[in-house]
Design a protein around this ligand. Sequence first.
Ligand code: AMP
Ligand code: MN
Ligand code: MN
Ligand code: MN
Length: 276
Amino acid sequence: MSHVYDLHTHSTASDGAFSPELLVEKASAVGINTLALTDHDTVSGLVAAQNASRKHNVTLINGIELSCLWNNKTIHVVGLNIKADSKTIIDATIHLNHLREERAIKIGEKLRKVGIDNAYENAKRIAAGGTVTRQHFSTFLIENGNAKNQTEVFKRYLVNNKPGYASVEWPSLEETIAQINAAGGVSVIAHPLRYKLTATKLRNLIKEFKGFDGRAIEVITGHNQSTEIQLATGYAKRYGVAASVGSDFHNGNTPWSQLGKLAKLPQGLTPVWELW
Ligand code: AMP
Ligand code: MN
Ligand code: MN
Ligand code: MN
């Protein structure tokens, strides 16, 4: 029996639908042996997830998905096997959540200008104490009848040049990798093919990331196709970075991103778990 890894998932500590405990239980039920909880800009779900992992016979890797800026674009870096009580990481999450709070207020103001009231208050209600993300605004806007589904709501409201978009001065890529390193973790570029970067820019991103001591890229992510897996495999080999596997699971609603439903890593790559 092969060992099943899923190293990118979300809980109610950020924008996932399930509590850390329930996520671990579900992961166990679908046969995942090693799970990383990687909530956006927070480590607040990790203690509960660790406790649940002992009950459900799953190895829980402490993780986080940090928002950062590279060449003015928001990039997500997953930190794996971090010390969750690292002061550097905790300070980083405080700063990031402050930035998120400021952005959420701005999004609320912008949506009010197009006639949608109380979006900030509702996003906060839905986030229920977890990191507030655009996903929470999306849930509210669907609830409020402004769009049918998540794809539509992002396209119409929550992306650049749309009425509910506000940019954020996230920390730099370099600083973010340094924080993960300070916490004893391994940095991974999350979903590298989802940033709509040209091939040249993506290669530059991976090169610079490696230069800053970034260690891996996600080769297998929830919704990628075999051509995307081949592309990412080529980049990992060419630039000498390790390969990670993570569904980016948030909830049961997205058929392309389910727990435990991941393609195998192609041959000839260094799996990220060999780095810890
Ligand atoms: P944030 O980090 O607050 O900007 O929110 C980003 C989150 O929103 C991602 O992690 C996804 O959960 C979700 N998201 C972003 N873009 C889309 C999209 N086009 N369709 C659906 N969900 C999206
Ligand atoms: Mn998310
Ligand atoms: Mn992401
Ligand atoms: Mn994610």
